[in-house]
Design a protein around this ligand. Structure first.
Ligand code: PLP
Length: 393
């Protein structure tokens, strides 16, 4: 037979994919414009014009060996540019040697976890969280330890974190701006986490790495500050991707930056590069490495997402839905009007509304809306949200 672990995982399935497939059925039945599908975080704004123009130039100009194999860490000039960008941002002595180009954030997280974990070691995540973390941690026989956040703010709590750090804790994954809540972690919260980690490290004689998963780092609204993780946590490893910031999710391009202050940084970098190779990624896509190197300051039109956030958030809260106003990413995470969020999502289908229950992110009682849909879809969906809420009044 096949791998028992994998066959077992298949029965779990992906909540989000399942909702998306239900949406496909409804689209066939009623027509695409009658279905309001908020299930998938698949960015729909176009990549910036400069990015498209640069891509055409790269493909058409004479560029010998552009498509060839390269060092597993990626092109040296690209790594230098990424390093310079983060050195500017943080003031830290980050060099190209501290950067590994990867196949998106998903590839990067797998490379980092494979490099860090011995079987049975623990990785802490804060709920609600991006569910792929469970699989990524399990890929390397790590144990995922889930610490709930306070659902009034969805911010992680330092005391709760402390209570979950054990001698087997190897890493903590943080994700801000957050999927699924859209919450941006403020500086005071992060500094408290850093303090808690360093106290536990001293008490237990361990090193805990902070893996900061930041694919939404450029999608922040209202001038909110996104504190720089590399400045707050000494043992920090930042993971970035261009899937969301440049609307390039299918091209699989991202990178890892490790904090130069990490002890034995050279061994860590060698491990990351080695894992990028042996996981079969070999190297990040050549063409897209070159593309992003000259577009590190570029970002899709955030105004499009902000307009949608405002319309959806204002309309739903006026109707009576309870929801935190997200400071970033492109998700809303309102409270389900009934305790059973899965039942709520099922009832939403009656109105051709496709939403994802919070249980799918280990946070029951809520639901996620990905506003990677047009303003027209949002406008047309509002009567459905209203009628749905009325059912539970
Ligand atoms: C929090 C989070 N991390 C990582 C990823 C994976 O991104 P990528 O396409 O760069 O692999 C996603 C994608 O939705 C995400 O939401």
């Amino acid at each position: 037979m096949f791998s028992e672990k994998i066959v077992q995982s298949l029965s779990g399935g992906s909540f989000i994919r399942a909702m998306f497939e239900q949406g496909e059925n409804l689209r066939k039945q009623y027509g695409p414009d009658k279905v309001f599908d908020f299930s998938l975080g698949n960015p729909d704004p176009e990549p910036p014009l400069k990015v498209k123009e640069d891509l055409i130039r790269l493909v058409t100009e004479d560029n010998p060996r552009l498509h060839g194999y390269m060092p597993n860490a990626g092109y040296a000039d690209v790594r230098e540019k990424v390093a310079a960008y983060h050195a500017r941002e943080t003031g830290l002595p980050i060099k190209g040697d501290h950067v590994v180009m990867t196949c998106g954030a998903g590839g990067a997280l797998n490379v980092v976890l494979k490099s860090l974990l011995n079987p049975g070691e623990e990785v802490i995540v804060f709920a609600p969280f991006f569910m792929e973390y469970l699989s990524y941690i399990s890929n390397y026989d790590g144990k995922c330890v889930i610490v709930p956040t306070d659902t009034k703010t969805f911010l992680p709590d330092a005391e709760a974190l402390k209570a979950h750090i054990t001698p087997r804790t190897k890493a903590i994954i943080i994700n801000s701006p957050n999927n699924p809540t859209g919450v941006v972690y403020d500086r005071a919260t992060l500094e408290k986490l850093a303090q808690a980690i360093s106290e536990k490290e001293k008490e237990l004689g361990i090193t805990v790495y902070v893996i900061s998963d930041e694919p939404y780092r450029k999608i922040v609204y209202d001038g909110i500050e996104l504190p720089r993780i590399l400045n707050i946590f000494k043992n920090s490893i930042l993971v970035d991707s261009f899937s969301k910031s440049l609307s390039l999710p299918g091209e699989r391009i991202g990178y890892i930056v490790a904090n130069p202050a990490i002890e034995n940084i050279d061994t860590l970098m060698a491990a990351l590069i080695y894992c990028n190779r042996i996981l079969g990624f070999v190297n990040a896509p050549a063409l897209f490495q070159k593309l992003i190197a000259d577009n590190l300051d570029q970002v899709v039109d955030i105004g499009i997402y902000k307009e949608r956030r405002d319309l959806l958030y204002n309309s739903l809260t006026e109707m009576g839905y309870e929801c935190i106003k997200p400071g970033g990413a492109f998700y809303l995470f309102p409270k389900s009007p009934i305790e059973d969020d899965t039942e709520f999502a099922r009832r939403a289908m009656k109105y051709n509304l496709i939403i994802v229950p919070g249980s799918g992110f280990r946070c029951p009682g809520f639901f996620r809306l990905a506003y990677c849909v047009s303003m027209k879809t949002i406008e047309n969906s509002l009567p459905a949200f209203k009628a749905l809420l009325e059912e539970f009044r």
